[in-house]
Design a protein around this ligand. Structure first.
Ligand SMILES: Nc1ncnc2c1ncn2[C@@H]1O[C@H](COP(=O)(O)OP(=O)(O)OP(=O)(O)O)[C@@H](O)[C@H]1O
Length: 473
């Protein structure tokens, strides 16, 4: 009996090109040259590796960086890949700048007299403005990578020549839902960016159309439905250019896809209802456009019309970060403050008594002998004035597990007290802590961590007060 050949995992490599300033660069040739070079020169590659040494390539002068970003397929849980056991997927892209008007423009449509905010914003992808979005998000589960793989595969499957799309009820509609501030909007933008890069072989350019749902709700009777209809007509026109991949983002989709049943029962009976009807019709019309993907976010799943929910191909709950993700979020903020020297990571003498952990402090921040952090935090290096960064959670666990006085350990203790706080709040807290609980131009890492602990306690207290208030309503 014939057995299906085992498919190798795919290793995704991104080649970022230097700004070409309008000069045409053959990305297909760059892709091919880099793929050949990697296959002949390397035995292994690791996820997140910045690949160097490409100076002798014919296209070296147009290459800004080569990065191993991700792997998909079977056995994706390793960090290092043997090149003879993977398929290489090399993509080459150039970032569009957002300093000039061509990359970002707003859509403002009739009726102009009530226009106080744009109804949509269009960004050329991949955009320089979005280049850090993907890495800024931290989740314990690999939600972003899983969504990216699923969406890429969905689009490629649907592009299959000759496939009769009317047989399948696919709308290319994704809904991310969860509490406020969990990163849903940022994740949609980051997905749009990464999708455009990953689909570079199939689409020569990308656009992100961010619809401002609130601006589509007209104060004029019955106009909301027309505005929604007109917006999607514009998107259809944009999609006529079949080599452009279009990601539509509708934030807080419940505003224009609200439950029609509730509208009818409530006072606002016809306008919201018309907007929802128009949206459903418009989504149905987009269905056979292979180059459109619609992503929506919502904090209120129960307020969304069931007919809209029924059209959603994939619903993904986005949770608040768990302790390890919280540690990483705080770490990235503190490391930025260390990098810019608002925090100096040199231990100060007061750290001896109150650095947490309850043990009798010696003032020694060093880890066990041989640890890579021994030189950073060890007493021997106290005279060094260069800031050192806080290690990742994984590094901390390996090297500092028995060191309650190490800053990383202290940060981990703080992170464990942040259950229920959103990513938005967490990203704000380190800065807020410095502003509220420290003085002077620069503070020590010890002071910053104590300030962060105080800010976390305050935030947790406010949250408890809010919860008690809510339960009494
Ligand atoms: N898991 C996370 N990791 C890192 N940063 C996060 C995370 N979640 C949220 N943030 C940060 O919080 C900020 C707000 O995120 P965003 O607006 O995307 O959230 P949202 O879920 O869409 O919020 P809302 O529902 O209120 O519109 C962003 O700066 C984002 O970087």
């Amino acid at each position: 009996m014939a057995t299906a050949a085992k498919t190798k995992p795919i290793l995704h490599i991104e080649v970022r090109l230097k700004s070409s300033r309008g000069v045409f660069v053959r990305t297909d040739l760059v892709r091919r040259e880099v793929a050949d070079w990697l296959s002949t020169e390397f035995l292994n590659l690791s996820i997140d590796q910045d690949v160097n040494g490409y100076d002798d390539l014919e296209h070296a002068h147009v290459i800004d960086s080569i990065n191993v970003v991700d792997a998909s397929g079977t056995a994706v849980d390793t960090a290092v890949y043997k090149l003879d056991q993977v398929q290489l997927d090399v993509q080459a892209y150039e970032l569009h700048s957002d300093d000039g008007s061509p990359s970002r423009r707003v859509i403002e449509q009739w009726p102009e007299q009530e226009m106080d905010q744009p109804q949509a914003r269009v960004t050329l992808l991949p955009s320089r403005a979005l280049s850090g979005a993907w890495d800024s998000l931290v989740y314990e589960d690999k939600i972003p990578a899983r969504l990216l793989q699923f969406m890429t595969r969905m689009i490629l499957l649907m592009k299959r020549p000759g496939l009769n799309l009317s047989i399948f009820n696919w709308n290319r509609l994704i809904l991310l839902h969860g509490f406020p501030g969990t990163g849903k909007t940022t994740l949609c933008r980051a997905l749009a960016q990464r999708l455009t890069i990953r689909l570079g072989r199939h689409y020569t350019s990308g656009k992100l159309v961010e619809i401002n749902s609130h601006a589509l709700l007209s104060k004029w009777f019955s106009e909301s439905g027309k505005l929604v209809g007109k917006m999607f007509e514009d998107i259809q026109t944009m999609a006529n250019e079949e080599t452009t991949f279009i990601c539509v983002l509708i934030d807080e989709v419940e505003s224009i896809a609200g439950s029609r049943e509730k509208s009818v029962r409530g006072s606002d009976c016809s306008d919201g209802l018309r907007a929802t009807n128009q949206l459903l019709t418009a989504l149905d019309r987009l269905r056979d456009r292979h180059n459109i993907m619609v992503m929506c976010t919502s904090n209120m799943l129960t307020a969304i019309d069931p007919a809209f929910l029924d059209r959603v191909d994939a619903k993904q709950h986005i949770p608040n970060p768990g302790p390890t993700a919280i540690y990483e979020i705080f770490r990235s903020c503190l490391n930025e403050l260390i990098r810019t020297q608002l925090i100096t990571s040199i231990p100060d003498s007061t750290a001896v008594t109150d650095f947490g952990g309850g043990s009798s402090g010696t003032g020694d921040y060093s880890s066990s002998p041989g640890s890579p952090f021994a030189s950073s935090y060890g007493a021997d290096s106290w005279e060094l004035l260069d800031a050192v960064s806080i290690p990742s959670y994984a590094e901390m666990n390996v090297h500092l597990f028995n060191q309650p006085l190490a800053p990383a350990r202290r940060l981990w203790q703080i992170a464990q007290k942040c259950d229920g706080l959103s990513g938005r709040t967490l990203r704000r807290l380190p800065f807020l802590a410095l502003a509220m609980h420290t003085f002077g131009d620069v503070c020590s890492l010890h002071e910053a961590l104590s300030a962060l602990a105080a800010a976390v306690e305050q935030e947790a207290y406010s949250m408890r007060v809010r919860d008690v208030g809510a339960s009494m309503v």
